[in-house]
Design a protein around this ligand. Sequence first.
Ligand code: ADP
Length: 486
Amino acid sequence: ASREQQILTSVPTDLLINGVWRPAQSGSTFAVIDPATGDELAQVADGTPADGIAALDAADAAAADWAATAPRKRGEILRRAFDLAIEHQEDLAVLMTIEMGKSLPEARGEVTYGAEFLRWFSEEAVRISGRYGRNPEGTGTAIVSHRPVGPCLLITPWNFPLAMATRKIAPALAAGCTVVLKPAELTPLTSLFLGSLLLEAGVPDGVVNIVTTTDSSGVGSALMADPRLRKVSFTGSTPVGKVLLKQAADNVLRTSMELGGNAPFLVFDDADIEAAVAGAMLAKFRNIGEACTAANRFFVHASVANEFASRLTAKVRELGVGRGTDDGVSIGPLINAAAVEKNAELVDDATSRGATIVTGGSAIDGPGTFFAPTVLTGIQPGTRLLREEIFGPVAAITTFETEDEGVRLANDTEFGLVSYAFTRDLARGHRLVDSLRSGMLGLNTGVVSNAAAPFGGVKSSGLGREGGLEGIHEYLDTTYTLIPAS
Ligand code: ADP
């Protein structure tokens, strides 16, 4: 506990505007709660729309100099930020665990993953290049190049407090953009700590600004309507993404939208069942199931469904539940009471339509917002959790008979972020690459995220890609110049 106190004391709790930490103009603060205990961890500044505009003033004022800063220098600052994040891995991990709930080992993993965006884009900063060539008519020379889009608003969710921030900040800075980060109000501490590391790494004043607030729609609307803003990058729910897309239309903003998921997890009759169960544990129970990439619907070939369900259940019963800092815990609390309520409702809906609870199935009493890791079988058509994102430790298993049926069930959703499939048939694997309608596919693996890969979805799961070679282009405009032959 004293270690936690020490870390909490080192976290800034004010707004970061133009390189300076300062309170909200209203003087108001709000509480950050430990979901494992209900205890208050800290009070942080509750920014107003005027604070948001002050942050945009700073981002706008810093934009020209940052865009003109040598790419190598931008890269070196990001590389220093990577080194600092790794140096402070334990501090960041403990902070995430206590404000979000995930287990400490998973939080350490998120630091490795989240920091990697800083390193990856430190390397990409110097590789922004264009094209030069004769036009088809032979009458001139065409030059295609890229430049930063300008000030960006970055809105992040609470489930991956570090990685969602670095996945946006790193490519923006590498591209030469300045940013205003609006972290989730449930988990602002990790972002604020990251802000202090970025300043230490040498990020100039105004290049990264952070506005914490309970008035996300007020602050968001004020920035979205300001013509100096040129881009919004959002990770969160589909309904909020739609609101932001409508606001973006009025100001003709570039957008990147990482929205909800409803990932299918297919297990074919030729799958390595042990590997499929291991993949399912990761795809479903990592991050307490609170991931947009979480397996939401398990479709298992009828001939292997019993074996898969019983082996999965055995593993689920071994999961340690508790505060994420305690030894042996892999399932921490859900983020809040509303999340517990939603999981309970979805399980009740499934059982009322004929599903069977094999293990778990309900909230756990006591302080904190815990839900027991759950396996359900016999999910019937029409069940809500086939349509809605569960965002919790609930595995729902349905059976299928043929590949066509499995694929049809998998694609029967408005979402399309990621799919998982386990098969030892190479030809089938290749067919699935084309037939599954999602932006990403884990073929015989339960985790796809990597800083070097283009993360993103199709349909209601969003627009644009983060990470990889693609990620930096979300923050770059393309320009074209024609020079007639003389
Ligand atoms: P979740 O279900 O993960 O909480 P949300 O979409 O509600 O997802 O929240 C994701 C992020 O979007 C958070 O930072 C939240 O504060 C922010 N947010 C929520 N509503 C709005 C809004 N109307 N305008 C701008 N940001 C918003």
